[in-house]
Write a protein of this length. Sequence first.
Lengths: 389, 389
Amino acid sequence: MGVAIGDQILDLAAAAALLADLPGEIVQACAAPQLNPLMALGPRASAALRLALSRGLSAERGDQKLRRHLTPMANAELLLPVAIGDFTDFYASVFHATNVGRMLRPENPLVPNYKYVPVAYHSRASSVRVSGTAVKRPQGQRKPANETVPSYGPSRNLDFELELGFYIGVPSDLGTTIPVGKAAEHVFGFCLLNDWSARDVQGWEYQPLGPFLGKNFATTVSPWVVTQEALAPFRVPAFARPQGDPAPLPYLDDPVDRAQGGFDIAVDACLSSEKMRAAGAAPLCITKSSFQTTYWTVAQMVAHHASNGCNLMTGDLFGSGTVSGPEKGSQGCLLEITARGKEPVVLPGGEQRAFIEDGDEIIFRAYAEKPGYPRIGFGECRAVVLPAG
Amino acid sequence: MGVAIGDQILDLAAAAALLADLPGEIVQACAAPQLNPLMALGPRASAALRLALSRGLSAERGDQKLRRHLTPMANAELLLPVAIGDFTDFYASVFHATNVGRMLRPENPLVPNYKYVPVAYHSRASSVRVSGTAVKRPQGQRKPANETVPSYGPSRNLDFELELGFYIGVPSDLGTTIPVGKAAEHVFGFCLLNDWSARDVQGWEYQPLGPFLGKNFATTVSPWVVTQEALAPFRVPAFARPQGDPAPLPYLDDPVDRAQGGFDIAVDACLSSEKMRAAGAAPLCITKSSFQTTYWTVAQMVAHHASNGCNLMTGDLFGSGTVSGPEKGSQGCLLEITARGKEPVVLPGGEQRAFIEDGDEIIFRAYAEKPGYPRIGFGECRAVVLPAG
């Protein structure tokens, strides 16, 4: 495991062993191949580690023994940082839910439960891969409206979904709930997440039990996990529910969460086609959104997940759902950006994109910044799409 | 790990070490705490092990060294036999899908995709427990038709779903498909599975992304896994599609699967209330069904799951979906048996059940039998329901 320090990576096992005041269980957790043992120790342990590393690396102390364990990021191959247990994907952006709902049910875009239930579905853990791993275009059953029977073949409507992910650190027991005011203690940190979606497969299969093969062929996550503590300066009030919306039910309502349950995190998605790369063109940024606009907070998602006694495990991955804002230019997937393909994106060089084509690379970035604080970057979540077959 | 021999359990690690002709990798796999390493070796390895054990235990040879490693089942505590990766639940009974669909959409019970797509959803692996583990009644959001807003509280419509489960042995790689004719080679064996369902929670939450908290509070599986090989004599033709139904798409169609892709396995569910147990009454069998009647075969479910390149992992658990037959008395859940609570089951002693009440124990059994072959029992899958809170 490593800690990102500028454009360097600090070898965490070697560094932790040199930090004299660090409790033994933390040193031991830092020697593991993935983050799970450290995540299980809870937010105090990560805070103690962060403080010890920051002191050890500070210029005044100038600990050369620690600095010897820095490697240039450019020389490193980054791997999946967590052994993922179960993977749950939420639907927390009311703008995404409304935009997508409008395409399916123009008269009634939002289903009646949306403002009461932090809607989610179980997704597939086995096919989560780290940024940089190519994604093969999936095949599946597709039945366009103008055909009477479905056929099996490569998806024609491959899409990305721009999401934040977060990992469960401290587990909960089967049969117990997590009060919304305590939910943040179970969250270790955040990553970028691309919930690749084959819209044609999804559209045909998803009734009545939800998305399945339209989603589970691949999910890409960033290699870096930004701890919740590092994001503390960027906490903001929870999304302000429009007048007339119901209040959250009591088990999802907490004054502290209302006051600071949101995170001011900017997220964006870029596309780079094969032609663009060959011409040396930079990726085209096709959306800029903010995690601040999600209808449900992280704490509400965690509390809801455990509200029936479902046990959460160290290493569980939660996706936020597509982070779409209210304006044009802030929509988190091509389905929304292109209005189901009707308004294609024009790329530098003149190519058009209704959906993702083979050879396209999708790149997500996120950051949090405000005056007086160091900027927090999330690294990248990127993958090239390969042809089916 | 142990092998069931009548009412005894053979210690598999000790026994395998005594079987001289067994390849080293099988002996080693038998020493693991769970079945995963053995499952990963594939059907030939399980067949070799089965043959060696059967020879070793046969009366003619009378190997006393082996017999020394038998323990009475009554003295054993049975644990979860597999480290479960992802858990996928199918919807393979057309009778169940039709019965449930009729309650929600009387004019059009089956959604248009049903006869083309082996519909499934991802479920929750962390809350799968072995038979005998009590299940706490879940709480959740419920909104009965006569209320205008939902409330949070104990489920009022707790149900069971009578299913067979099966475990993936040989894994598949991300980006590769599994031809339906090869799918059986990836299946290690079968168990009983209770997909506990909070119908009120499920009904309110399931649009548009499928069941979530209505299901993931608990799943119970039997401790024994019946290998596919042991069930070979009970293979039957796949369910005969009624005239007018479409043929399966080519990627789900295989002549051998058509001829013998089904399994003649009888499954039944019994209920025993606290009062019945206090009065010494036997559990009441409330349904008798057969796995023969499922619309989709095991091979079709496996091939479909991998048809988009989703990788299957050793230890993945698949549920068949509720096994309901066409007749009254063969319906696999209370929602169907009681017509949504309108026709309660009457228990010995006069109690009535629309749905499951606290203190009720649900017991599943399954077996395969035919003249000239030893009867194959699946053991039991049972659990008592405890009050919420």
